[in-house]
Design a binder for this molecule. Structure first.
Ligand code: NDP
Length: 314
C-alpha cells in the first residue's frame, strides 16, 4: 500500500485530492472521490451556511472516509461556515484566498487538519508560520482565483519546496497520472485536481458547462480581472466583454459593475454559456469525456504507477 506524509496526514489511500470548486464540488463529488481512496473536498464558497451543513451531513452519510471543506476567506459569512464545520466535526479544512493566520489556530484548537492554498513561496512561508499542516501550491495554469504573479506550477513547486518544511501539494495543470508523477518528482507529496473533476458525472455544475469544458481547446482560457481578484476564465461572450473593458482601461469600479452579482452561478450552475462566468483551468484542453469521479481517480492512479515503471516512455 502506498503511503507518504500526505496520505498519513489525511488518513487516505491515494495522494489525489479533488479541489474545492464553487458550484461544482458538493457532497456527491466529494464523497465519490473519498470513497475511491482520494480526498474529496466540498467547495463552500457558493453555499449559504444551511446549504453547507446539508452537504456535510450528506457527505458523512455517503462515506465513512475522510473528506474536507474548502473555505475561501473572501466568503461574506465566514464565521458561520466555521461554526458549522466545527459542529459537524469535519476532519480537514482547506483555506484559500486570504491570510492563513485568520483561521488556522481556531480550527486546529478543535483538532482539525488545516491546509492553506498559496500561489507563491512567500505565502507558503506565511502558511507554515500560521501553523498549517500542509500547503497547496497552485500554479498559473489553475482555474478560478489565481495569483497575480502568474508563477506556473513547474517553477512554483520547487520554489515552495525550498521555502517550507511542511508537505506541499501541487495544483494547477494536473489532470493525468503522468502530470501527477511530474509534480511529485519535483517534490510535491500529493496533487490537487480541479478541472478533471468538473468533467465528472458527480460534479454539481450544469451539464452545458461540463460539455464546454471537454470541448475547449488549448488557448481557450485566460487569467482575467487582475485589478479585482484574478480569475482564469473560459472564453465566451462575458469573457470578451471583460477583455474589451480591460483593453480600454476600465477602472476597478467599472469592472465590478460589469461583473455584477452571481455571474459564476449563472454560468457554471445555471448553464448560461454566454453571459455567465466560466472558471476552469488550462488543462481543460486535454479533457474529452465526462466520467464518474471514481474512474477518474483510478485512471490517474493507474497511469501514475505505469509511468513510474517507465517514466521516459521509451
Ligand atoms: P457574487 O458576489 O457575484 O455572488 C455571490 C454568490 O454566492 C451568489 O450566487 C450567491 O448565491 C452565493 N452565496 C452563497 N453564500 C452566500 C452568502 N452568504 N452571501 C451572499 N451570497 C452567497 O460572488 P461570486 O459568485 O463571484 O463568488 C462567490 C464566492 O465564491 C466567494 O466567496 C468567492 O470567494 C468564492 N470563489 C472561489 C473561487 C475559488 O477558486 N475557490 C473562485 C471564485 C469564487 P445566490 O445567487 O443563490 O444568492
Amino acid at each position: 500500500m502506498f503511503q507518504n506524509s500526505i496520505t498519513r496526514l489525511f488518513q487516505i489511500e491515494l495522494p489525489i485530492i479533488q479541489a474545492g470548486m464553487i458550484w461544482a464540488s458538493g457532497w456527491r463529488l466529494a464523497s465519490a472521490v473519498s470513497e475511491a481512496g482520494g480526498l474529496g473536498i466540498i467547495g463552500s464558497g457558493s453555499m449559504y451556511p444551511e446549504v453547507l451543513k446539508d452537504h456535510i451531513q450528506k457527505c458523512k452519510a455517503a462515506t465513512s472516509k475522510p473528506f474536507a471543506v474548502n473555505v475561501p476567506m473572501l466568503y461574506p459569512n465566514l464565521q458561520e461556515h466555521i461554526r458549522t464545520i466545527i459542529e459537524e466535526k469535519v476532519p480537514i479544512v482547506f483555506t484559500s484566498a486570504g491570510n492563513p493566520k485568520t483561521l488556522t489556530a481556531q480550527l486546529k484548537s478543535h483538532g482539525i487538519v488545516v491546509v492553506h492554498v498559496v500561489s507563491s513561496a512567500r505565502f507558503a512561508v506565511k502558511a507554515q508560520e500560521a501553523g498549517c499542516d500542509a500547503v497547496v501550491a497552485e500554479g498559473f495554469e489553475a482555474g478560478g482565483h489565481n495569483g497575480r504573479e502568474e508563477t506556473a506550477t513547474m517553477v512554483l513547486i520547487p520554489s515552495v519546496m525550498k521555502a517550507v518544511d511542511i508537505p506541499v501539494i501541487a495544483a494547477g495543470g494536473i489532470a493525468t497520472g503522468r502530470q501527477m508523477l511530474a509534480a511529485m518528482v519535483l517534490g510535491a507529496k500529493g496533487v490537487q485536481i480541479g478541472s478533471r473533476f468538473v468533467a465528472s458525472a458527480e460534479a454539481s455544475c450544469h451539464l452545458s458547462f461540463k460539455q464546454a469544458v471537454i470541448n475547449s481547446q488549448e488557448g481557450d482560457t485566460k487569467l482575467m480581472l487582475k485589478q479585482l481578484t484574478p480569475v482564469r476564465l473560459l472564453k465566451n461572450q462575458f469573457f470578451s466583454e471583460v477583455e474589451q473593458a480591460e483593453e480600454s482601461g476600465a477602472s476597478k469600479e467599472e469592472l465590478t459593475t460589469l461583473l455584477g452579482r452571481g455571474r459564476a452561478k449563472r454560468g457554471m450552475f445555471e448553464g448560461d454559456m454566454e453571459a455567465g462566468e466560466l472558471e476552469i483551468g488550462q488543462v481543460s484542453a486535454l479533457l474529452d469525456d465526462i466520467i464518474p469521479a471514481a474512474t477518474i481517480t483510478h485512471n490517474i492512479w493507474k497511469e501514475f504507477n505505469e509511468a513510474m515503471i517507465n517514466p521516459l516512455g521509451e
